[in-house]
Ligand binder design. Structure first.
Ligand SMILES: *Cc1c(COP(=O)(O)O)cnc(C)c1O
Length: 410
């Protein structure tokens, strides 16, 4: 969305028309020429409340998943008051958007100037690191501050996740001991953090990672004050339907309780995707049909980066009235730019009679969809509309319905 680009100091894409309608179908009836981003504040608020109420520790929001200031305010208002930031651009934007928030700078490789500004200007006290070099850098940049929470990032397996974060960051088990020891000397509070990879499909991912944490603590024989289980909590997509989030929380809690740490130690998490996936979707138009291929007006350089580059599948729904009664058929998409890379293989299931100038919604794009958009080749648009209908899938809606029916039973 345009605010994201502006917020991070990038060029805004174009103008916004901001109104609120009840659902995606209303947007299609307006026959927009450009793709329209739909946002669902109620879905983000529900996800935030879910983590606040059910995760057995502190949940922060990993801003990179979707840096929309509107979203950040919604999360803040619903109890997510700590934010995992990874760049000075994110630090400044969140500090400006929600000045009361607590920021944790969780990128293990930071510019020294960014650390200095974060510490002295924005009150950031929590930093992650995965090397001796970074530890020295943080100490230099903060002039040997004595009030730091330093989180050592451990390398863990990404085998249970759809998107690996295993090779770039994290100290290996072999090198963890001296680093934990040195960080303990420098820190006011010592943390251990990790990231199991994005869209972890089983709670076992966290159980396995916590075993690495246990081994590292035993090996280094240090007192640990914070265990940060990172992100990776899943959302739901076609062909990637995970178990309920409560199961993840139970696994994390059980593992945390059994670690050799003091009983005042804190448990943190840094969900990105799980807090924002349901927040937004897009309405696109079919510009051409060629057999099973639909040429649409958004694509790999727009909100569909993951659909194009890592074969992610998103739910789709034709927006036509009266509704098509024709059976679903698998389609792939081409985006609007002039290159072959702008291709989303899917398959995406849509009624077989879909045709040029039909509109459809592509759901669950709140995480790493809106955040990745560009204006390459002159395509893309910033039109954003607030809608009140349900997201196309949800990790939270069923829970809320069950809660409502329990109330009725009482
Ligand atoms: C990307 C990232 C997250 C968020 O990951 P999700 O899979 O979106 O939950 C959290 N922490 C760190 C350090 C990250 O890099």
């Amino acid at each position: 969305m345009h605010q994201d680009h502006r917020a991070l100091g990038l060029a805004p894409l174009s103008t916004v028309a901001r109104n609120s309608v009840s659902g995606a179908i209303d947007i299609a009836q307006g026959k927009p020429v450009q793709p329209v981003t739909l946002v669902r504040p109620h879905a983000a608020a529900r996800a935030a409340r879910f983590f606040v109420e059910k995760f057995p520790g502190r949940s922060m929001y990993a801003v990179k998943a979707n840096p929309s200031p509107d979203l950040i305010k919604i999360l803040f208002d619903n109890g997510i008051t700590t934010f995992d930031v990874a760049s000075i651009g994110e630090v400044r934007m969140v500090a400006r958007t929600v000045p009361e928030a607590t920021l944790c700078f969780m990128h293990p490789v930071k510019a020294e100037e960014a650390i200095t500004e974060a510490y002295f200007k924005h009150g950031v006290r929590t930093f992650s690191l995965d090397s001796m070099e970074e530890l020295e850098k943080i100490m230099r940049a903060t002039r040997n501050a004595s009030d730091l929470t330093l989180c050592v990032r451990l390398r863990v397996s990404s085998e249970h996740s759809k998107l690996s974060l295993a090779s770039k960051f994290g100290v290996s088990p072999h090198d963890a001991k001296p680093l934990l020891f040195a960080a303990r000397q420098a820190a006011d509070a010592l943390g251990i953090c990790f990231h199991v990879g994005s869209q972890a499909m089983t709670p076992e991912a966290y159980a396995d990672a916590m075993e690495r944490v246990r081994a590292a603590i035993v090996d280094a024989a240090v007192t640990v004050d914070v265990i940060d289980v990172g992100g990776g909590f899943p959302s739901t997509y076609p062909g990637m339907e995970p178990p309920p989030l409560e199961r993840y929380f139970e696994t994390v809690h059980r593992a945390f309780e059994s670690l050799p740490i003091s009983y005042s130690a804190e448990l943190w998490a840094e969900p990105g995707r799980a807090l924002c996936a349901e927040y937004s979707s897009i309405v696109v138009r079919v510009e051409k049909r060629r057999g099973n291929e639909l040429y649409i007006n958004d694509g790999a350089y727009g909100a569909l980066f993951d659909a194009a580059h890592i074969g992610w599948r998103f739910p789709v729904a034709l927006l036509r009235e009266p509704e098509s009664t024709v059976r679903d058929h698998p389609f792939s998409f081409y985006g609007p730019t002039c290159d072959d890379i702008d291709h989303m293989a899917g398959p995406f299931l849509l009624p077989a009679d879909i045709q040029t100038s039909d509109y459809f919604e592509i759901g669950m794009l709140g995480a790493y969809g809106s955040a990745m958009r560009t204006a390459f080749n002159g395509f893309g648009s910033d039109e954003t509309v607030i809608v009140e209908d349900e997201p196309m899938a949800s990790m939270y809606a069923i829970v809320e319905r069950e809660a409502a029916s329990n109330v009725v039973k009482l």
